[in-house]
Design a protein around this ligand. Structure first.
Ligand SMILES: Cc1cc2nc3c(=O)[nH]c(=O)nc-3n(C[C@H](O)[C@H](O)[C@H](O)COP(=O)(O)OP(=O)(O)OC[C@H]3O[C@@H](n4cnc5c(N)ncnc54)[C@H](O)[C@@H]3O)c2cc1C
Length: 602
């Protein structure tokens, strides 16, 4: 069994779901494609997941469930998402429950917990409005105070699971005068309101996740009791934004699952397909594309696990981390899917030719992840508003409280360390104290220098890691100067250059997350991880976004990365820094030539 406990649920779920390449297994590629073709909601899959009691892992233990930590959550959502984002997203709308675990009364928590566990219930998040999109404060939905409660009026659209949900989290205006305290959030239990006063809008036909229950919800003079309000009146926007810090970061898990399937199915093609007397994989160009995709997945892994654990260790900083991960991981993995599509050739565009056409479904489904729950620009905007403060904090904190900083980084990035319980009350709307991840670069460099005496490490690889980490630090200093000199003002009309700075911040953040992940896990994630070639290659890849390749150290030999990718493929393991066991593949698809798995000759 996998020694790291946080992967046990994911492995058990994988085992029970079975090989997605076997048409008979639950959530097989064939089944999910068939449903997608019919645009049918995956009810059988959802029922199976409820019977498996997966919903318990969305409910914290203190509220009667099994959830203890976000890194465990991320891993099993990856498992769902590698098979089908439609079902994965539909089931995971349950993570909106975090609004209640954070801000609900004991009674509200109890109601929601038993609704999820005993009634197979789910919820939807009703924030967006047709006329207002990202502008939550501009919304028209009204909640007018009356005796004992509120009267809801207005429409929310487009809302995932608006129709097939028993609870809607509705953001509505309680103060007609407007302003940041004008919104309140309600946990509307549909079974307890008059059905004559609310209705659903028709299903929306979408480009991807076609079987989703996408519609809208409309309230017409609908009375809701005061007991359905979450938190204090007027605190709706603050609660919504804090809830987004959680859900946006966790969206990364959807993308990681999709990227795994995109790479796996393309790899399968590349090692089976023969051209010019060799396989496609034997050709350097496609092999490089696939290897770079694998590196991108590993880079994103470090950020995703980092934020997953960071919720417990540095919740005050999650306003930054969450925006970084929602932007960086989802867009990077979207690019991974696009990049590997070139290797799959014409089959990437076909709806049945290779692995039942799962690739084209992944491509369509996955393109929503970077957009919903706060688009890329919305997340970059949330980040850029904090950049000036982050720069100031970094200067102010330099060289101070280093032991405490190192201890926080170690607990966050060392996957073997226990985590303190997550306390949602510690989330902050904006980061005031600084960002440990970039603050710790000097510490990281000092740790790397000490490794020069480690005879197990290849000195050339370590030299690359140190040199490239130093470049990360230099680029951070350059960025700090640019931020300080910028003509930044708060508001929505930000210069595109500030968005570029926020993107650079994300890249530096991701690079630092990779470095700590390596430093703190070298002794327990296996030989490939410990040797560090993947890290040197990843850092070079990240820094080539900021500097011309000619000014970086030359690319080292990547054969060990290629070998690891093939090992994980052959052994049915997740493409990850923690390659946990996936369901074993047994049947080869009948429509493709079933050649044995690749014996790599490198
Ligand atoms: C499949 C799907 C599922 C969804 N599920 C839900 C759900 O469950 N619940 C829910 O409430 N909503 C949901 N949404 C709605 C989604 O969150 C909205 O689409 C989103 O809020 C953006 O709104 P919009 O599309 O109207 O674009 P707008 O917000 O109108 O944006 C228009 C343009 O302005 C730009 N822009 C916006 N803000 C900024 C800024 N600060 N700086 C610079 N440029 C900016 C945008 O990038 C875009 O180019 C879903 C949408 C889809 C497609």
């Amino acid at each position: 069994m996998q020694p790291l406990k946080q992967f046990w649920v994911a492995e058990a779920l994988e085992k029970d779901l079975g090989d997605p390449g076997n048409p008979e297994s639950m959530m097989s590629f064939k089944q999910v494609i068939d449903l997608d073709e019919k645009e049918e909601f995956p009810q059988e899959i959802i029922d199976w997941l409820y019977n498996w009691k997966l919903q318990h892992y969305y409910i914290p233990t203190e509220c009667g469930g099994e959830f203890t930590r976000f890194d465990e959550f991320i891993s099993f959502v990856r498992v769902l998402s590698r098979r089908d984002q439609t079902a994965g997203i539909a089931f995971t709308t349950m993570f909106w429950s975090y609004l209640v675990w954070m801000a609900g009364t004991d009674e509200q928590k109890q109601i929601l917990s038993s609704f999820m566990k005993d009634a197979n219930g789910t919820m939807c998040l009703a924030y967006s409005e047709k006329a207002h999109g990202s502008d939550l404060l501009g919304g028209d939905m009204q909640a007018t105070k009356v005796d004992g409660g509120y009267i809801l009026n207005g429409e929310k659209w487009p809302i995932n699971r608006a129709t097939r949900s028993g609870v809607a989290f509705v953001l509505a205006r309680t103060d007609p005068d407007g302003g940041p305290r004008s919104l309140s959030l309600f946990m509307v239990e549909k079974s307890k309101i008059n059905p004559d006063n609310f209705s659903n809008l028709p299903k929306i036909l979408t480009h991807g996740i076609r079987g989703s229950d996408m519609s809208g919800i409309c309230f017409d003079n609908c009375f809701i009791p005061e007991s359905m309000r979450l938190g204090a009146e007027g605190m709706g926007l603050e609660l919504a934004l804090k809830g987004f810090q959680i859900t946006r970061a966790l969206c990364a898990a959807f993308s990681q699952g999709a990227a795994d399937t995109a790479l796996r199915t393309t790899l399968k093609f590349a090692i089976e397909r023969k051209l010019y007397g060799k396989t496609v994989f034997d050709m350097p160009q496609p092999r490089r594309t696939l290897t770079d995709a694998f590196l991108d997945i590993l880079i994103c892994d470090c950020s995703t696990f980092g934020v997953g654990r960071g919720f417990s260790t540095m919740p005050e900083q999650i306003s930054v981390w969450s925006a970084v991960v929602k932007y960086f991981v989802t867009t990077t993995l979207e690019t991974v899917v696009n990049n590997v599509s070139v290797v799959l050739g014409s089959r990437f565009y076909m709806r049945e030719a290779h692995d039942w056409g799962i690739f084209q479904k992944v491509l369509r489904d996955n393109s929503i992840i970077s957009m919903f729950d706060g688009s890329s620009v919305v997340n970059l905007h949330a980040l850029l508003l904090q950049l000036r403060q982050l720069t100031k904090s970094r200067a102010r904190n330099a060289g101070k409280n280093l032991e405490a900083l190192e201890a926080r980084l170690a607990t966050t990035f060392d996957l073997t360390q226990n985590l303190p319980a997550f306390n949602g009350k510690k989330l902050e709307l904006v980061n005031r104290g600084g960002d440990d991840v970039l603050q710790g670069l000097d510490l990281a460099l000092a740790s790397l220098e000490k490794l020069k005496t480690d005879s197990n490490l290849n000195p050339d690889t370590l030299y690359q890691i140190i040199t490239l980490t130093d470049i990360v630090r230099e680029e951070l200093n350059n960025l700090d100067v640019k931020i300080t000199e910028s003509t930044f003002q708060f508001g929505h009309e930000q210069d595109p250059e500030l968005f570029d700075m926020a993107k650079q911040y994300c890249i530096l953040h991701a690079a630092a997350a990779c470095v700590y992940t390596w430093i703190y896990n070298r002794n327990h994630l296996g030989e490939f991880f410990a040797n560090g070639e993947w890290l040197a290659l990843s850092l070079r890849r990240l820094m080539s976004n900021l500097r011309p390749a000619t000014s970086l150290p030359g690319r080292i030999d990547d054969s060990c990365v290629v070998q690891e990718m093939i090992r994980l493929y052959n052994e049915d393991r997740m493409f990850s820094i923690v390659p946990f066991q996936l369901a074993k593949s047994q049947l080869q698809e009948t429509t493709t030539d079933a050649t044995p798995k690749l014996q790599l000759q490198t």
